[in-house]
Design a protein around this ligand. Structure first.
Ligand code: PMP
Length: 286
């Protein structure tokens, strides 16, 4: 079951007009929210980032946070599985094709929820293979825009080489992955690139830094040079659906010793116990 503009429908029954600006221009934003034990994880942070993305494209939020919360609760209840992931998508609506914003047009709101399949233990044990590429996306990667063509092409480069992700470099610095944030470990210190217009401010990125802080893992937020990535002890990938994963090969070279490292193992454990805590209703990291 999905939600489309006020109705809960079977996905096969859902239709949008071909003049929807999402279809014509990719004019919209989205969110992906993991759901554990039928409870959306870090919902208020996802709704805050949604508002930031909407502000970034100058589109009014069609719902209050409590309306979104109610819609998501209903959708999760209508779908199978204790663990799901919500895909929420808003476009600038249906209008005659013209780049200029239309007047008096209602946005299109589409939400679906699918089973959440986190990385299998085998993959966490060996670690993921990644390639790298030049970050050729636009300069507003902080907006979670539905126009994802560069990300699609960059991620497909990885798939074509039997890799899971593409690590992106811009002007000699690491930005993020094609569909994830990337952390680097050097000299036992967890390094994260600073949030700016060149990367998506990941919700999982925030959780990982909070967990590092709360558990005394040395960490630093600073610009990370390409050579620091290529000579890292560990590389970690984070996203709402992949959670936290080790990258053990980059461009056919082993990362560190070529197996998941100590900082990954610690953060993975902390992340799993934090999830358990939030499901019991306590969401603060202390
Ligand atoms: N960067 C990009 C480009 C992404 O697509 C994603 C996943 N949506 C992320 C980072 C990770 O963000 P989050 O932890 O909020 O899923």
């Amino acid at each position: 079951m999905i939600y489309l503009n006020g109705d809960f429908l079977r996905i096969e029954e859902a239709r949008i007009p071909v003049l929807d600006r999402g279809f014509i221009f990719g004019d919209g934003v989205y969110e992906v929210i993991p759901v554990y034990s039928r409870k959306p994880f870090r919902l208020s942070e996802h709704l805050r980032r949604l508002q930031y993305s909407l502000d970034g494209i100058r589109l009014q939020n069609p719902h209050s946070d409590s309306e979104w919360t109610h819609l998501l609760e209903q959708l999760v209840a209508l779908n199978e599985g204790e663990d799901q992931y919500i895909y929420l998508h808003i476009t600038r609506g249906v209008a005659r094709r013209d780049h200029a914003f239309p007047h008096g047009v209602a946005p299109t709101v589409f939400i679906m929820s699918n089973p959440l399949l986190t990385p299998p233990p085998g993959l966490l044990h060996t670690g993921a293979v990644a390639i790298s590429a030049n970050d050729n996306r636009w300069l507003r990667c902080d907006i979670k825009a539905i126009s994802l063509l560069p990300n699609v092409l960059l991620r497909q480069m990885a798939i074509d080489e039997d890799a899971l992700e593409t690590v992106l470099f811009r002007d000699g610095f690491m930005t993020e992955g094609a569909a994830s944030n990337i952390f680097v470990v050097r000299n036992g210190i967890l390094l994260a690139p600073p949030k700016n217009h060149l990367m998506l401010p990941g919700i999982t990125y925030d959780v990982v830094l909070e967990l590092a802080q709360a558990n005394g893992i040395p960490h630093e937020v600073r610009a990370i040079k390409e050579h620091e990535v290529r000579t890292a002890e560990e590389l970690l990938l984070t996203s709402s659906t992949k959670e936290i994963m080790p990258i053990t090969r980059l461009d056919n070279q082993p990362v560190g010793e070529g197996k998941p490292g100590r900082i990954f193992a610690l953060l993975y454990q902390f992340y799993q116990s934090y999830k358990q805590t939030t499901m019991r209703g306590n969401s603060s990291i202390s």
